[in-house]
Ligand binder design. Structure first.
Ligand code: AMP
Ligand code: MG
Length: 409
């Protein structure tokens, strides 16, 4: 008689358990700010200076004492010319200074008149055609960053804009979490590599290894150092050997396929023979046969073989885990609420992640084939609908949407 099967683990519980086991890597490294995109900051960045350092002009025009221009048409002498990068003299009373965008505002001036509101009278005088307001077109010292202020916090994942901001306070290098070392392999005797076997040479039953490509790319986007171990045969001993080798120098061993209960699925017993399998099977669709364990000092995560299952479980479980290893403070993407422009009449016991695409009407279209083998759905789609267990969806219902742009950043 077969044992009653234990209930599948809900996603939130599984994720909490995984994150609880992800101790942030202790080591960090200094990298050039140029090379720090997507890395996780391992230090607080405080500014040693004001940005901008001085009050400066937001326009090409004239620096003036606004109190001296009480009506339009006033003509004043031009007492100096200030280009960006030059140091001005105090503005002589009764005069204006020719000034250009980014140039420091001379002491005494309190407004900039844009050149469109002035009529030059030769080099030496100008007629001001509009009465200025005190303070206009001046960018204030420190209006972007004030001296001593926290500019970027430890745990922040650096974006291109953040690299620019770090540079604006003088940082040529930044301290970031070291790259997690991830050993990646695919299981499946049916798998062949593009480039090694031509389409017309494929034996019956063979398919190309697609998971290896997107998993490798996703890992690299997350800042990992990927050791790609290729394809491992569907044999217990070969699987065990590959796992053991990978465990010696990896923070995480990531596999795809072979993690179900079939006779050709050797991942689970092989992990159990070398270490512990602490979590297996999650109540999500696609992606039920996800596994987590430990082999020596390495974490192990086994993803299902079906490409969409592999893809979705990576985004939902592996990604936050790898971010936590790097000490990132934000692990989860934000969801938005959008109307479904489709019907989903059959509820499932598991929490479902449907491939959808935002349409021009502000709603979500559903990819027609939600099979876990149809990778086209993940390319056509621009995100996932997170549909709770037992939930049907009718056209117009507002649902939870998670953008791939967030999940793949
Ligand atoms: P498995 O989880 O090993 O039972 O595989 C489930 C399904 O996913 C099977 O149809 C496999 O052929 C397919 N599959 C497994 N690994 C890959 C891979 N790396 N690339 C593409 N399809 C795969
Ligand atoms: Mg298999």
């Amino acid at each position: 008689m077969s044992q009653p099967r234990p209930p599948l683990k809900p996603l939130d519980e599984a994720l909490a358990e995984l994150l609880g086991r992800a101790q942030p890597l202790s080591a960090s490294e200094s990298v050039s700010t140029f090379d720090a995109d997507s890395r996780v900051l391992a230090e607080d960045l405080r500014s040693p200076l004001q940005v901008p350092p001085q009050d400066n002009s937001a326009m090409d025009g004239y620096a003036v004492r606004s109190g001296e221009i009480v009506h339009e048409g006033v003509s004043l002498p031009v007492s100096q010319r200030i280009a960006a990068g030059s140091a001005p003299l105090p503005l002589a009373p009764g005069s204006v200074a020719r000034i250009f965008t980014g140039a420091p505002v001379p002491p005494g001036a309190d407004a900039i008149v844009m050149q469109e509101d002035a009529a030059a009278q030769g080099q030496d005088a100008v007629r001001i055609m509009r009465v200025p307001e005190a303070g206009q077109w001046i960018r204030r010292s420190g209006e972007d960053v004030s001296k001593g202020g926290l500019v970027l916090a430890r745990g922040e994942r650096l974006t291109p804009a953040a690299l620019g901001l770090a540079a604006s306070i003088g940082k040529a290098t930044v301290q970031v979490a070291r790259r997690p070392r991830v050993a990646l392999f695919s299981t499946g005797d049916e798998l062949v590599m593009p480039g090694e076997v031509a389409p017309q040479q494929m034996k019956p039953g063979a398919i190309y290894n697609s998971n290896r490509f997107f998993l490798s790319a996703l890992l690299r986007r997350l800042g990992c150092e990927v050791s790609d171990r290729g394809i491992v045969a569907d044999q217990f001993e070969a699987t065990r050997q590959a796992l053991q080798d990978a465990s010696r120098d990896s923070d995480l061993i990531l596999t795809s396929g072979g993690v179900s209960l079939g006779e050709e699925d050797h991942i689970k017993p092989a992990v159990q023979s070398l270490g512990s399998l602490d979590l297996w099977q999650i109540a999500i669709k696609p992606g039920k046969p996800f596994a987590y364990g430990r082999i020596g000092d390495a974490h192990f995560m086994g993803l299902p073989g079906n490409p969409v299952s592999s893809f979705v479980t990576f985004l939902l479980l592996v990604r936050p885990f790898l971010l936590k290893l790097q000490g990132a403070s934000r692990l989860q993407p934000s969801a938005s609420r959008l109307p479904a422009h489709f019907n989903w009449p059959r509820a499932d016991k598991r929490r479902e992640f449907l491939r959808v695409c935002r349409n021009a009407q502000g709603g979500l279209d559903l990819f027609a084939n939600q099979s876990s083998g149809v990778l086209t759905s993940a390319v056509w789609g621009d995100g996932l609908v997170d549909n709770l267990p037992g939930q049907t969806i009718a056209h117009g219902d507002v649902v939870n949407f998670i953008a791939f742009a967030e999940l793949m950043a």
